[in-house]
Design a protein around this ligand. Structure first.
Ligand code: ATP
Length: 294
């Protein structure tokens, strides 16, 4: 008589513990997002092509320190742009503004000609997929963690996304395949594996604009190649915006923006920038020297 209720209590306890950890994750996420309030007359953003333009963008986190100054560039729909520069140059800040975690202090950011500050945050974020350096995994199965990209996705679509994200070999090695529990209380995934989960989520979401924050921690070269080839496949036909730390990964970008102390120092293709013999060339040569020494 006592076994059933105790068993049930154990189940309830585990459920609550699981939800609490998910709520903690949610709070960590929310804590990173300062409140930007939509205007009362904010409209839905309508994205047809996915062209991005930054027009005289200036930004300060705090009044006394300007982080971005006079940033101007256009990313044509369907092209791949990479942002490079030393640590603290302002690369991640550009992405935070594009995702409307903050609004510019000066100038504006347009997607398909519409100023995003005048549109709802929700509608802006719906059209952008982000593959961050550190992906948050919820305490759930691997499948459910991927389904998070689009809750109504079918199992077949999830399987397809797993293949495109080059996660299939990894999944076949798991004890319960895609039904294995991952996250804080389950299997811990490596940085590269977590990034591939984020890529699979983005594949399900299929947003017109994709942002990829390349991991700084050195992945082994096999993982790096798998991630890069997954990205190339999913980025086809989409506008992609990549924060790159290793220049060797972005030599094929349509445009490279070189940031220096919150300003654009140079922009162009890899070969155009090398001809300028400026900051990009210095960064390139420094990285070539490091890889020779490895
Ligand atoms: P990294 O390559 O190291 O990631 P980054 O080029 O992406 O650097 P950002 O993260 O954009 O640089 O930071 C640009 C500047 O803004 C830095 O000086 C940083 O200290 C400052 N900064 C970033 N986030 C905040 C914040 N939330 N509040 C105040 N200052 C911030």
């Amino acid at each position: 008589q006592i076994f059933m209720p105790l068993n049930f209590l154990g189940f309830v306890y585990r459920e609550i513990r699981g939800s609490l950890t998910n709520i903690e994750n949610l709070f960590t996420l929310l804590a990173k997002k300062p409140a930007i309030v939509d205007r009362a007359d904010a409209k839905e953003l309508n994205v047809t092509k996915g062209q991005i333009s930054f027009e005289n963008v200036g930004f300060s986190y705090h009044e006394d320190r300007r982080i971005l100054k006079n940033v101007n560039f256009v990313v044509k729909a369907g092209t791949k742009v990479a942002v490079v520069g030393e640590s603290g140059a302002g690369k991640s800040t550009l992405v935070k503004l594009l995702f409307r975690f903050y609004d510019p202090t000066e100038g504006c950011i347009k997607i398909d000609g519409q100023d995003i500050a005048l549109h709802t945050q929700d509608s802006v974020r719906r059209h952008i997929g982000i593959v961050p350096q550190d992906t948050v995994l919820f305490n759930d199965t691997l499948y459910e963690n991927i389904r998070y990209g689009r809750p109504d996705a079918s199992e077949l679509e999830i399987e397809e996304a797993i293949k495109l994200a080059h996660l299939d070999t990894f999944v076949t090695r798991l004890p319960d395949k895609g039904n294995t529990q991952v996250g804080e209380r389950g299997l811990k995934l490596s940085g590269g594996e977590k990034q591939r989960v984020a890529i699979a989520r983005t594949i399900l979401k299929r947003p017109p604009i994709m942002v990829f924050d390349e991991a700084t921690s050195s992945l082994d070269s096999q993982s790096e190649q798998a991630i890069l080839s997954a990205l190339r496949e999913i980025a086809k036909g989409h506008t992609s915006f990549m924060i790159a730390h290793r220049l060797s990964t972005i030599v094929d970008a349509d445009m490279i923006i070189v940031m220096d102390q919150g300003q654009i120092a140079e922009q162009g293709s890899h070969n155009e920038l090398l001809k300028l013999d400026g900051l990009y060339t210095k960064l390139w040569q420094a990285q070539q020297k490091n890889s020779d020494n490895d």
